[in-house]
Design a protein around this ligand. Structure first.
Ligand code: DOR
Ligand code: ZN
Length: 346
C-alpha cells in the first residue's frame, strides 16, 4: 500500500504543558489530529471546571489559524476533589473525563490521590453520570518492582475498584503489559486502553542500547519484548477496547539529560507516522482507522471526524529538536526519519 486514507485521527492522551512549551507543541498535535484528550497534570494541576475552561482557551490560542482542532479537557482527581464541580463540569461539556494519578506515580503526581478507596463517593457519582475514569495504572510502593507496578495496580487496586463500581467506565491509560491488554478486554465495553507509540515500537532493551537513552524513559517504563508483542497484537486487533493515545510528554532537554531525568517521550511531531510504521510491520494497515479514529470516539461518545487525511509512503526527515526559550525539546526519532508523510487533508 503506497498511501493510506482514513478519518482524521484522535489522540486520546496528550500533555501540552503550559506557557512557552504549550505554544511550541500544540501545533504538532493540531496538524495531525482532529481532537485530543488533554491531561491535567500541570503544576498546580487542573482540578476545577474553571481551571479547565481557562486552560482550554490557552490551548485554543496556540492552534495555528486554519486548523480544525478540538481539545477535550480532563479533571485531575485529588484527595479533595469537589464532586459537585466535577459533575457540573462534565454536564456542561467542560470535562470529558477525570484522571486518577496515584500519588507520586509520575510527573506532577505529588498532588495525586493517596487513598483511592477514599474516593469511592466520587466514583459512584461518575458512574451514575457515565463520566469515564482515566487511570495512570501503577502501584508505587517500595516493595513493588518498577517493572511490576502495572500488574500489581490491576490486581490490587483496579479489579476491586471495578467490582465496587459495576457501571463505572474506565480507560487504562498507556498500557505496557500483556496483563494490561487482557484486563482491557475482560470487562467488555466498559473498559478500554490507550497504547503509546513507544510501547509498540520498543521494549526495555532500547532504554540501554549502547548506553543510557533518557529520551526513551517514560512512565510506565518500557517492558519486556513479550509485552511489546502483546501490545502490538492488541492495537492491531481491531477490538473496540484499544485506541490511540500517544502520551506525548514534552520535557526540556536539560531535564531529560540529567542526573535525575524526567519521564516522557515527546512524540507529537511523528505520532501518526510512528503508529503507521507499526501497523505496516504487522500487516494491519486495514485496522488502523479503527484504532486511530473510531474506537476512541465510540468509547467517549462523540462523533468521529468527517474529514479524511492521506499519508503517503515517502521518507520524511524529523527535526533533531524544537527550540523553546533557552532550551530545546528532543522529539521521538529526532534527527532521523519516518516512512510516511502527511499528504493532504480532505
Ligand atoms: O512518561 C510520562 N510522562 N508518563 C506520565 O505518566 C506523565 C508524563 C508527563 O507528564 O511527563
Ligand atoms: Zn500521560
Amino acid at each position: 500500500m503506497e498511501s493510506i486514507t482514513f478519518r482524521r485521527p484522535v489522540d486520546l492522551h496528550v500533555h501540552f504543558r503550559d506557557g512557552a512549551i504549550l505554544d511550541a507543541v500544540v501545533p504538532f498535535t493540531a496538524r495531525q489530529f482532529a481532537r485530543a484528550i488533554v491531561m491535567p497534570n500541570l503544576s498546580p494541576p487542573v482540578t476545577t471546571a474553571a481551571m479547565a475552561q481557562a486552560y482550554r482557551q490557552r490551548i485554543l490560542a496556540a492552534v495555528p489559524d486554519g486548523l480544525d482542532f478540538t481539545p477535550m479537557m480532563t479533571c485531575y482527581l485529588t484527595d479533595q476533589t469537589d464532586v459537585a464541580d466535577l459533575l457540573a463540569g462534565y454536564r456542561d461539556g467542560i470535562f470529558a473525563a477525570a484522571k486518577l494519578y496515584p500519588a507520586h506515580a509520575t510527573t506532577n503526581a505529588q498532588f495525586g490521590v493517596t487513598s483511592i478507596a477514599a474516593l469511592d463517593p466520587v466514583f459512584v457519582a461518575m458512574a451514575d453520570a457515565g463520566m469515564p475514569l482515566l487511570t495512570h495504572g501503577e502501584l508505587v510502593r517500595h516493595d513493588v518492582d518498577i517493572f511490576d507496578r502495572e500488574q500489581c495496580f490491576l490486581d490490587e487496586v483496579l479489579a476491586p475498584l471495578l467490582e465496587r463500581h459495576p457501571t463505572l467506565r474506565l480507560v487504562l491509560e498507556h498500557i505496557t503489559t500483556s496483563e494490561g491488554a487482557a484486563f482491557a478486554t475482560r470487562y467488555g465495553s466498559r473498559v478500554a486502553a490507550t497504547i503509546t507509540p513507544q510501547h509498540l515500537l520498543y521494549n526495555r532493551n532500547a532504554l540501554f542500547e549502547g548506553g543510557l537513552r533518557p529520551h526513551l524513559y517514560c512512565l510506565p517504563i518500557l517492558k519486556r519484548q513479550h509485552h511489546q508483542s502483546a501490545l502490538r497484537a492488541a492495537a492491531t486487533s481491531g477490538l473496540p477496547n484499544f485506541f490511540l493515545g500517544t502520551d506525548t510528554a514534552p520535557h526540556m532537554r536539560e531535564l531529560k539529560e540529567a542526573a535525575c531525568g524526567c519521564a516522557g517521550v515527546f512524540s507529537a511531531p511523528v505520532a501518526v507516522q510512528a503508529y503507521l510504521s507499526v501497523f505496516d510491520q504487522e500487516a494491519a494497515l486495514d485496522k488502523f482507522e479503527a484504532f486511530a479514529a473510531l474506537n476512541g470516539p465510540a468509547f467517549y461518545g462523540f462523533a468521529p471526524a468527517e474529514r479524511q487525511v492521506t499519508y503517503v509512503r515517502q521518507l520524511h526527515a524529523v527535526e533533531p529538536s524544537l527550540s523553546v526559550e533557552n532550551d530545546e525539546i528532543v522529539p521521538l526519532f529526532g534527527g532521523g526519519s519516518v516512512d510516511w508523510t502527511l499528504r493532504q487533508q480532505v
